[in-house]
Design a protein around this ligand. Structure first.
Ligand code: UD1
Length: 427
């Protein structure tokens, strides 16, 4: 199993180019199923989850051609299969995002029921209830969500979501694009990735308005054409590099990014003591010689502080002065990196959904284990700030969301390398 070996203690400095957003690219790839003509998607990040999505599109009968590692042409014109198999859904929960597009396009879908995952139970009830309100008949059979639309075409409806869900908003938005009449989604998620998906759908001929607000209005169209779309920059990758610069008291400029998508994160980084400057497509964080203070935070749906940046800020807090409370309100099991950070000398106590982090003067390198994608980003940041060597096991979690992470960090002066390690099973 691959490991990352980090020799910490040196401040990061330099420029790093940000990749396309994984969480925007995944729904956009699913949206390709709606189009009757070929689509070309640019600025795709080169990640394991994208490869899994492409495998899924192939399994559904699409013809996918990668002209380079960041550009993909998808032709779904003759795609006629409607089964998203267990082997692919189990690799990536976001596979559930093909449910809405398949139902909208073919009136039928069978998608393996996604199980729980490391960060929580992650139900899909909102996805299913919304689709039922649009006329789908759904049953769970043999571990599969089997859905059918009597009459073949979904009908627009007024849908209120009682929990703000990014994935459910995306699934229902995609389903509504080809539905009969108007769909209104109330209490919709407002994440920038939702806006990117709406812009992409509109570029291909859909009529979606209100994206970025909590009320989406979608006028169904007969068919979706095709076209070209460039995926937005990854705000979480951006925030991760900035947090790493802060934890190491360095100075890093993230380029090819969008400062408007991570205001809540920038506020916290400044509150911690960093100097932050922004331009139209770059953000620079300077923490050289500055006293870094631990900052309280509470995760919540956009535009509040993102749960996907919580572990990175926990790592910053662990090596800062003072102490801070972190409240995780989105997922029930997302403070797991705390125990691993404590193996590096951090002082973190977790009670329920809250962590109390008491900053220490110096973290120390140790062998640690990544438990999920964003938790591992926190471990990398702690390792960069720590003295001595940290060995991070189970790097495949990081590879799901960070493109060439060790190369990008090496470009910022970090001593980090990848190697094949032993397979150590959990006891
Ligand atoms: C997406 C992101 C993930 C991010 C999360 C929250 C992708 C591929 N993943 O995940 O990185 O951490 O948003 O910003 O974009 N819920 C229900 N019922 C449902 C659906 C969700 O109760 O049917 C709950 C979840 O358990 C969770 C909350 O809603 O507590 C938010 O989850 P959701 O926004 O759906 O997350 P994902 O779309 O899975």
């Amino acid at each position: 199993m691959a490991q990352l070996i980090v020799l910490g203690g040196a401040p990061l400095h330099g420029d790093v180019a940000i990749s396309g957003a994984k969480n925007a690219a995944l729904p956009i790839l699913a949206a390709a199923l709606l189009a009757e003509q070929p689509v070309v998607i640019d600025n795709l990040p080169d990640l394991q989850d994208i490869t899994t999505s492409i495998e899924l599109l192939n399994a559904l009968g699409c013809v996918c051609q990668r002209s380079d590692s960041h550009t993909l042409r998808v032709d779904a014109s003759t795609a006629d299969r409607v089964i998203a198999p267990y082997e692919l859904v189990v690799k990536m929960r976001a596979s559930i995002l093909v449910l809405g597009p398949l139902l909208a396009r073919h009136g039928r879908a069978e998608v393996s029921f996604p199980g729980g995952c490391a960060i929580g139970s992650r139900p899909v009830d909102l996805h299913l209830r919304g689709l039922e309100m649009m006329g789908a008949v759904i049953e769970i059979d043999g571990g599969y969500i089997k859905a059918e639309v009597p009459g073949g075409r979904l009908c627009g409806n007024h849908i209120l979501m009682d929990v703000v869900s990014v994935g459910a908003t995306e699934n229902l938005m995609m389903a509504a694009v080809l539905a009969d009449g108007e769909t209104v989604i109330e209490n919709a998620a407002r994440e920038p990735e939702i806006v990117d998906l709406a812009n992409c759908l509109n570029a291909w001929g859909a009529r979606v308005s209100g994206a970025g607000s909590n009320r989406l209005v979608i006028q169904g169209v007969e068919k979706l054409g095709g076209g070209r779309y460039t995926v937005m920059p990854d705000r979480i990758e951006t925030g991760t590099f900035l947090a790493a610069a802060l934890a190491t008291r360095g100075c890093v400029r993230t380029t090819r990014t969008d400062p408007t998508t991570l205001e809540a994160v920038l506020i916290k980084l400044q509150e911690a003591g960093a100097l932050v400057a922004t331009g139209s497509d770059w953000i620079e964080l300077d923490a050289r010689g500055r006293d870094i203070r631990a900052v309280d935070l509470r995760t919540a749906p956009y535009p509040a502080f993102p749960t996907d940046m919580q572990s990175q800020l926990m790592a910053v807090n662990a090596a800062a002065s003072g102490s801070a409370m972190i409240h995780e309100t989105i997922f029930e099991n997302r403070l797991m990196q705390a125990q691993e950070l404590n193996r590096m000398g951090a002082k973190i106590t977790v009670e329920g959904h809250t962590a109390l982090v008491k900053g220490v003067a110096q973290l120390r390198g140790a062998p640690v284990r990544a438990s999920d994608l964003r938790a591992s980003a926190g471990l990398v940041i702690a390792a960069l700030a720590a003295s001595g060597e940290t060995v991070i096991d189970r790097v495949y979690h990081i590879d799901r969301g960070y493109e060439r992470i060790e190369e990008k960090l090496q470009g910022l002066g970090a001593t980090i390398e990848r190697r094949q390690g032993p397979n150590i099973e959990e006891s």
